[in-house]
Design a protein around this ligand. Structure first.
Ligand code: MSP
Length: 650
């Protein structure tokens, strides 16, 4: 039964070829904040996250680790689950695309599309980017200095792939999609993002290749196990398989009808097209309702540059939790980042924000008022009958703060909601300052009790409203007021909206400050290690210019290339090194990365004076150079611009 009171929120499912990092934490945190916000609004919430485990990238990574793909993906799961638990990301289900139920759901969906006539077999020829698992059109490809076509997203070499493939009739859904966007202006938040989606669809949709013969690590295509389901057909389906789609069991059908469609699907801008075009088209084809909203957030950078292991600037969330605290990190990410924009992470900024907003503004307010009240024998705080003057004004501000927070949170403007709430905290501090309760305690006990009560009511509202952002810390704050927070069966929002200030509080001092002042982060251990390594290298691994001059790096063009018989790794190439050197035979163990078609005609860089080496009885007279990234993807070393074969690099 569709139910108005339910709320279903999802995160992207993350590739398991990398451990969770601050970027994936950020998406999952946003979804957790949304889930918690809806819980305190009284909704029944289902929060889904998980992992995307099939595909060529994972297959290659597993190979690199010398593991079977299933063992490799299994080995990566604990790092995700434990990180999410560490950050109190309270998901209801963790889906893995290798789960049996998911595999069944993908089958059910595809069979439905086949029966509808929306899937057909044809030949796919295209440029494919392995790291991004995306086909790229020649028009959108980036060209390097040597005019090679590169992936526009990651600027790595594209491979031409031609194979038999099943296609989904995406082109048939163009009009229906445009009509849907038009009728649902809130489908994407922030709204501006819809424009790029609409213009993509208007530029003409091509049918989508949804199977691969070359990728073994995937879900077998229904009725044709020589093919596996290509990544997006598999991955996107997780959102419905997790809530029971495709499961014959009656109980799961009830579950599916109850939870689907999702209310909010969270993701960063990199995967909007897949979610705003392919996903709705799949659902339309399967006669299923479409998600109500996609929430698209920006990217987290490190002090304005992209995080990468080689730069040593990857921020490890575990380290942040350890050093600053879980809720402090949650606060910083939600307060500092504007959801609709890219933002940069900085330790220095984080320390300043935690100190100013949490330790000083909020933490001090709580400890000051609770200590002062208890020191003056006021542990049981009662509501005030008749509010006047400054206290009445503060009460009005509390109501305004609630309304503003409510609006901004519901529009996913988290940083604005938090900033407004913290303005209210400053106002409560200003009220305390103006009332001088430390004087009133002796001079005017009645007004003293009023001030304490007013501050407690304000802190109560703050504690409840900030709970989705900092659950543990706000529960701790509320427990200092004698409130045992539990969103189940409690109408916190109705209560705060009514703003009656009719509560009683039993004050309790916190043993330690709620938010200790943050110590500066020494240096991230990872970074320390990297710096040490590079220092060591400087000392131990210098080579002289004479040493370097011994290596003959020369440019050559591959004129012939073929797989080495009886080897699944080696390619045998004939490389033209110009008139002086002539043509040489070079063997290279790259057959699993490149085919002859990718290489013939390419000009690359070779070590020309390595001693000839025999491999499988054949001599190699040179070594071809490649750049290999962390996921094992290779790109050929080249010079920028065409030069004469045989040219030496210096
Ligand atoms: N597996 C696909 C998604 C399939 S969803 C059906 C995928 N996985 S991913 O591991 O690459 O995750 C991409 C998502 O991780 C982004 O959309 C975003 O939600 C999050 N982020 C990864 N790096 C990020 C930042 N640096 N900053 C913010 N979010 C980032 O794509």
């Amino acid at each position: 039964m569709p139910c108005k009171n339910k709320f279903y929120v999802t995160t992207p499912i993350y590739y398991v070829n990398a451990k969770p990092h601050i970027g994936t934490l950020y998406s999952t945190l946003i979804a957790d904040v949304i889930a918690r916000w809806n819980k305190i609004k009284g909704k029944k919430v289902f929060f889904l996250t998980g992992t995307d485990e099939h595909g060529q990238k994972i297959e290659e990574k597993a190979k690199l680790e010398n593991m079977a793909p299933q063992d490799f993906v299994d080995s990566m799961i604990p790092s995700f689950k434990s990180m999410w638990q560490r950050f109190d990301l309270d998901y209801d289900h963790f889906i893995r695309t290798t789960d049996r139920k998911h595999v069944e759901a993908v089958n059910t969906l595809l069979i439905k599309l086949i029966e509808k006539g929306d899937i057909y077999k044809s030949e796919y020829i295209g440029l494919y980017c392995v790291p991004c698992e995306t086909f790229v059109t020649a028009e959108s490809a980036h060209r390097d200095a040597a005019s090679n076509l590169m992936c526009p997203t990651c600027v790595r070499a594209l491979r031409e792939v031609s194979e038999e493939s099943y296609f989904f009739r995406l082109s048939a859904y163009e009009e229906q999609l445009l009509k849907f966007y038009d009728e649902n202006p809130n489908f994407i938040s922030p709204k501006e993002r819809i424009n790029e989606v609409v213009s993509f669809v208007k530029s003409g949709l091509k049918d989508l290749s949804i199977s691969r013969k070359t990728v073994k690590w995937g879900i077998p295509f229904p009725g044709d196990p020589e093919h596996t389901v290509y990544v997006w057909g598999d991955a996107l389906t997780n959102y419905i398989s997790a809530v029971g789609y495709g499961d014959g069991a009656a109980s799961d059908k009830i579950s599916f009808d109850y939870w689907w469609p999702a209310d909010v699907q969270v993701m960063a801008k990199d995967i909007v097209r897949f979610h705003a075009v392919y996903w709705p088209a799949f659902l339309m084809a399967a006669d299923l309702p479409l998600p109500k909203q996609l929430l698209v957030h920006g990217y987290i950078m490190f002090e304005d540059s992209k995080m990468s292991k080689s730069k040593g600037n990857v921020v490890d969330p575990a380290l942040l939790a350890e050093h600053y605290g879980v809720d402090q990190t949650r606060y910083y990410l939600m307060r500092h980042m504007a959801v609709n924009q890219d933002g940069s992470f900085s330790y220095d900024q984080m320390e300043k924000q935690v100190e100013a907003d949490l330790a000083n503004n909020l933490g001090n307010l709580l400890s000051r008022i609770v200590s002062l009240a208890i020191a003056n024998g006021l542990t049981h705080v009662s509501p005030v009958e008749q509010l006047e003057g400054k206290t009445a004004l503060l009460k009005d501000k509390c109501e305004e703060a609630f309304r503003a927070y409510w609006d901004e949170m519901n529009h996913h403007h988290y940083h604005v909601a938090i900033a407004n709430l913290w303005t209210f905290i400053s106002e409560v501090n200003a009220y305390v300052h103006a009332q001088q309760p430390w004087k009133l305690a002796k001079e005017n006990p009645e007004l003293f009790a009023e001030v304490v009560s007013a501050v407690c009511h304000s802190l109560y509202a703050i504690g409840v409203l900030a709970w989705p952002i900092m659950p543990k810390k706000m529960e701790e704050l509320l427990s200092c007021l004698g409130v045992a927070f539990d969103y189940r069966g409690h109408h916190y929002m109705d209560e705060l909206r009514a703003n009656k200030w009719n509560m009683t509080f039993n004050l309790k001092k916190n043993e330690t400050p709620l938010f200790p002042r943050p110590e500066p982060m020494p240096m991230a251990p990872g970074q320390q290690e990297l710096e040490k390594q590079s220092e060591d290298k400087l000392v131990e691994e210098y080579i002289s210019i004479e040493d370097f001059a011994k290596v003959e790096l020369i440019v050559g063009t591959i004129i012939e290339c073929e797989p080495m018989p009886k080897s699944d790794k080696l390619l045998r190439m004939q490389v033209d090194f110009g008139n002086k050197i002539g043509i040489r035979q070079v063997l290279s163990g790259i057959a699993q990365h490149f085919g002859p078609k990718d290489l013939i005609g390419k000009q690359g860089v070779y070590v020309g004076n390595l001693a000839p080496r025999k491999m499988m009885g054949t001599t190699s007279q040179g070594m071809m150079l490649f750049a290999e990234d962390e996921s094992g993807v290779l790109a050929m070393a080249m010079v920028a611009g065409k030069v004469a074969n045989g040219t030496r690099l210096r």
